[in-house]
Design a protein around this ligand. Structure first.
Ligand SMILES: [Zn+2]
Length: 245
């Protein structure tokens, strides 16, 4: 697939539609809150700053604290892994009041997570949700090994990630390739689950007022790679593909 930004793996089609340029690093904060496609661009540019050692650490001064003390308007909800190497505000180079975040091992979600995510959408009017997995995820790795008697509540994590790990095993991939495949499959599975989650998210995702996409963070390079199929299946792209040229 041809790419405009090799590091972030964006295809020409996606980059063009989102108006993402190769040598740009900044996107407006207010526009990101109003338009989730623009918000996606803002996350991509912020991560580009971080990965290329150009972080500006925005909105973290005393004045920013005062500005946000009476309310919040985060432009994205991130559903990420609890892994200490994936600090969301740092890797997207965002600040106070920017990201609404839930993090659990393997970004496995349960009732409380759903309520949290719906709150962001219904009350805070956040229009973009990113499910963020990462390479070398210990939770996914544990699910790949399918231990017979995982300790305590860890079993709930293993069970949730199991479908993705089984699909990776069915591919007969080796070692890190298998884990990488399972990490991506797990994110896609979680994106689909949220898109179908009734009654709030399913309705909003279908109408296009809420975007739910998936991405995988690479611990080594620092880049977040958005999963193309979760972008190309968004209403804006999906509707286009129905038009036969
Ligand atoms: Zn992890």
């Amino acid at each position: 697939m041809s790419t405009v930004s090799f590091a972030q793996n964006l295809s020409v089609e996606v980059a063009k539609e989102l108006n993402i340029k190769d040598d740009v690093y900044f996107a407006d904060r207010d526009s990101a809150y109003l338009d989730p496609y623009y918000g996606l661009k803002k996350l991509i540019y912020g991560n580009r700053r971080f990965a290329e050692d150009k972080s500006i650490r925005p909105r973290q001064t005393d004045a920013d604290l005062k500005n946000t003390q009476n309310g919040q308007a985060p432009f994205a909800t991130i559903i990420g892994c609890a892994d200490s190497r994936v600090p969301n505000e740092i890797i997207f180079d965002q600040g106070v009041g920017d990201l609404f975040i839930t993090r659990t091992a393997g970004q496995v979600m349960a009732e409380a997570s759903f309520g949290t995510i719906e709150y962001a959408s219904e009350v805070l009017k956040t229009k973009l949700i990113v499910v963020l997995g990462h390479e070398s995820c210990g939770a996914v790795d544990a699910a790949m090994k399918l231990p017979a008697n995982p300790p305590g509540h860890v079993v709930s994590l293993i069970n949730a990630i199991k479908p993705a790990s089984l699909r990776a095993k069915a591919r007969n991939l080796e070692g890190s390739e298998a884990l990488s495949f399972a990490v991506k499959e797990n994110v896609i599975e979680q994106v689909n689950m949220l898109r179908n989650l009734e009654p709030v998210l399913s309705r909003k995702a279908e109408s296009g007022e809420l975007l739910i996409v998936g991405a995988v963070y690479d611990l080594e390079s620092g880049y977040v790679k958005f999963i193309e199929e979760t972008i190309l299946s968004l209403p804006r792209f999906a509707n286009k593909s129905k038009v036969i040229p």
